[in-house]
Design a protein around this ligand. Structure first.
Ligand code: HEC
Length: 372
């Protein structure tokens, strides 16, 4: 083995001119952090015996590439870069030392990640549409058809869209009833919108995902959004832990699942960013892979967890607003409807009614807690 290494060393042209064959530029360079102890890869690819010419190599070092930062001459002289190229050519190719994380990471090209997410989103979309169908069916909206025709479908659609913006995007009903809960919803809702927006903007303005300064808007947006979601979710987790009345007997486990996945997603995303700026490069790829897994799990489980209420509630409230508008315009819808918005109020009303009948003298002392 030693002889082979020696033979390889002797094969490398120009080695005879090296100042000292024992000098180890690679071992003292920053390259090692990303390309591994034996240059067989880490966060970056293996660079033993680079497949590229010396000129191209120098260019990569000086200008950086993708996630790899540029290394100026003040950090690594031209002579050292030459020496580095020579050292790398003299190293042995040891496929066993390619880290697992890098091998997995190698499969995670932008195209493959996009394909995985496309698959996950499509699967999710099918069940989301099924869920919406189910709830709209339960709302009995089809009985509104004749009244809607008289009211004007276009006008009804306008009322619905307005509700999606006011009740959905601005969470106006919570704003009126409970500012504190509105704030927690806003942190998560706007945080998630910010994260999605940041992803789209990065795809457009920084497709190679080059390192940006922390002050860059493309960096600030996801960081601020991520922290907002994290704070919102952390609050919800604490509430789940400390509130004795939160278990409705039906969805608690799945609520936990959603909240926990969201927490892990955001935390691993932030960790990836932070660790990328330290020297613990070996951790970036595993955590990033964990992050992608969490996002995928979040997508796929979305139609079955509390995540659903992010679109089901706005849609149901929207349908109620349309019904309100139709009845307010004097059109007879042909049936008596429950007060909006549906089951929350109805359950509360029934419970209060029961208490008044069973224990009229205590009815005023009872405070109802209702979790949908
Ligand atoms: C922050 C981590 C990091 C550091 C530090 C780093 N690299 Fe890289 N390097 C990468 C990544 C990631 C890539 C893959 C870039 C791509 O293809 O998008 C890469 C690619 C390369 C390539 C191109 C490989 C190819 O076949 O295309 C070479 C050569 C290289 N690095 C050499 C070096 C040298 C020499 C140093 C030290 C001066 C260094 N790197 C420091 C992360 C790093």
């Amino acid at each position: 083995m030693r002889n082979l290494a020696l033979a390889l060393l002797l094969l490398v042209p120009g080695l005879a001119h090296a100042e000292s064959p024992t000098r180890d530029v690679y071992g003292t360079s920053s390259c090692m952090g990303c390309h591994g102890m034996s240059a067989m890869g880490g966060l970056g690819p293996p660079i033993v015996r680079p497949k590229i010419e010396r000129e191209a190599f120098v260019k990569v070092v000086r200008n950086g590439k993708g996630m790899m930062p540029a290394t100026p001459a003040s950090q690594l002289s031209d002579k050292d870069v030459d020496e580095l190229y020579r050292e790398l050519n003299a190293k042995q190719w040891k496929p066993d030392e390619i880290p697992v994380a890098f091998r997995v990471g190698g499969l995670l090209s932008t195209k493959n990640v996009a394909l995985i997410f496309l698959g996950a989103s499509l699967l999710s979309a099918i069940f989301i549409v099924r869920g919406i169908n189910y709830w709209v069916g339960l709302a009995g909206f089809k009985y509104m058809r004749p009244a809607l025709r008289r009211f004007g479908r276009f006008k009804a659609f306008g009322v619905f869209v307005r509700s999606l913006i006011v009740d959905g995007l601005l969470v106006a009903s919570l704003w009126k009833s409970n500012k504190h809960r509105w704030f927690m919803h806003a942190l998560m809702l706007y945080g998630m919108i910010g994260l999605a927006l940041a992803d789209v903007l990065i795809q457009i303005y920084n497709p190679t995902r080059a390192d940006l300064a922390l002050s860059d808007p493309l960096k600030i947006l996801p960081i601020v959004s991520g922290i907002a979601v994290l704070v919102g979710v952390a609050y919800v987790m604490v509430r789940y832990k400390t509130d004795d009345y939160i278990d409705n007997g039906l969805t608690l486990g799945r609520d936990y699942l959603f909240v926990t996945l969201l927490f892990h997603t955001v935390l691993s995303g932030i960790l990836t960013l932070v660790i990328n700026r330290t020297t613990a490069f070996g951790w970036v790829m595993p955590i990033y892979i964990y992050h992608l897994l969490c996002v995928c799990a979040l997508f796929v489980s979305a139609p079955f967890t509390r995540f659903q209420h992010a679109w089901i509630v706005p849609i149901m409230v929207g349908l109620n607003r349309v019904t309100d508008a139709v009845t307010a315009s004097g059109i007879d819808i042909g049936f008596v409807r429950e007060p909006a918005p549906g089951r929350h109020h109805k359950s509360e009303r029934i419970a209060l009614d029961v208490i008044r009948r069973v224990a009229p003298d205590q009815a005023d002392d009872v405070k109802l807690r209702y979790y949908p």
